[in-house]
Design a protein. Structure first.
Length: 77
């Protein structure tokens, strides 16, 4: 079951909804069904993404982006 992103044409609220079969979701803010699907890119999940950080694996690193391109603590930025 895919998760779609919607924008309500009535109140402008943006939200995600898990859609089953031909189900028509309602806006959680105003309850209307006048929605437009937003363009979104599917997420690809992999077992490992980016270089590993030994400090992170032992619990010694508390940087949120540890091992990712945004981590400057370990010279990866």
């Amino acid at each position: 079951m895919p998760i779609y992103e919607y924008a309500c044409q009535n109140c402008g609220h943006e939200f995600e909804s898990l859609v089953r079969n031909d189900e028509k979701p309602r806006c959680p803010s105003c309850g209307r069904r006048r929605l437009s699907k937003k363009f979104s890119v599917p997420a690809a999940h992999t077992a490992a993404s980016g270089p590993s950080c030994p400090a992170r694996e032992t619990g010694g690193c508390n940087v949120g982006d540890c091992g990712a391109a945004g981590c400057n603590l370990h010279g990866l930025a």
